[in-house]
Design a binder for this molecule. Sequence first.
Ligand code: UDX
Length: 436
Amino acid sequence: MKISVIGTGYVGLVTGTCLAETGNEVLCIDINEEKVKQMQEGIVPIYEPHLDVLFERNIKAGRLTFSTSLEEGVNHGDIIFLALPTPEDEDGSADLSYVLGAAKDIGQLIKDYKVIVDKSTVPVGTANKVTEVISKETNVDFDVVSNPEFLREGFAVDDFLKPERIVIGSSSDKATNLMEKLYKPFVRSGNPIIVMDEKSAELTKYAANSFLAAKITFMNEIANFCEKVGADVDMVRRGMGTDSRIGKRFLFPGIGYGGSCFPKDVKALHKSGKDNNYNFQILDSVIQINNKQKTILLPRIESYFEGDLKGKTFAIWGLAFKPETDDIREAPSIYIMEQLLEKGAKLQVFDPEAMPNIKKRFGDTLQYVDNMYAATKQVDALIICTEWSIFRTPDFDKLKANMNTPVIFDGRNLYDLEDVKNQGFYYSSIGRKTIG
Ligand code: UDX
């Protein structure tokens, strides 16, 4: 099939590349000329495991091409994916200007039947709006379909190639058939393609992400309560997670969820509720609790150092909002580092992938080092913000030799309490006993 993808951000690029992998002819469109030039030369503009291999293979095979011309894109694809940004507006709602702008342009360029697919996360009713906008510009037959993505950063290629489900919101049999044909190779295992109306599909995405954010937030509250009563959240998590109705995943407490999806989507659903006279109380709490959770380490650090952080030096391990990505959007590390800098502390930071992005944001206010141990040289404490695998089994003797004082504040519960105790560290984590 011939596919066009408008927008080569994270979602567009993964979608385009993976659709080329099953033999489709994919043309990706972006207005950024420099980026398009880079991609034509085979350079992947984002960090995402395995994407580079697929990218190179499909470009070489001539199935994956790039252009800045929307007209070319509209002519090329039988199916046109809109993978455009839907940033958070000041009031928390999703800004649809990119999506509706592209819809208008498509309306002016369309010459024969096309399926236009909303891949971006968009509020309920957007497929109708896109249809209206295109209809104003043309009499040519077309259908608009909602097909939300459920890609996790760091696992996006795998999630796309082996999805647990595909959701298609469509009220046209012709469009549904084309979409099913496109996705069939990805669900050979028997995972379902669930066809529903457009609004339900749009809401499915928000409901799934908000539920997961609420699940994490619930565990963060349980963790905070564990600390008050002397329980161990690791045990509680295991005790709960074995109930198949609850499930083992997404029960890990920490210093709050971040990233480009959860924070934005929870706020957007909350705002969407308001717009429709519905007060999502639970989402209100999720937003507030998560904001608080991101700053939970500071009072502990301050209390350990008796309120005086001026001139203290800290190592920060992990800057990305989660492992296996260079994405720092809404990363808890940002909030912690801003607070520590404000209190006059010096920070030596390390992350396996996110250093360039952090440098762009923090400039020379931080000290950047090129490995995890260098970050700990002569520091008063180590603060862990992201659970990269490389941080899981450090050489504790080396750490002790490097650090002024053996103190760890762990926002991701990486270590066994007995281990750190035996190593002689002061160790504060989330929802567990403080050691030392
Ligand atoms: C998420 C959804 O998982 C994906 O389906 C959707 O399409 C996009 O949003 P992503 O933002 O890439 O994906 O990250 P994810 O792995 O889901 O983690 C989100 C946040 O939750 C991270 O900040 C992570 O640290 C946090 N998290 C996750 C926890 O704090 N505890 C957990 O148990 C799981």
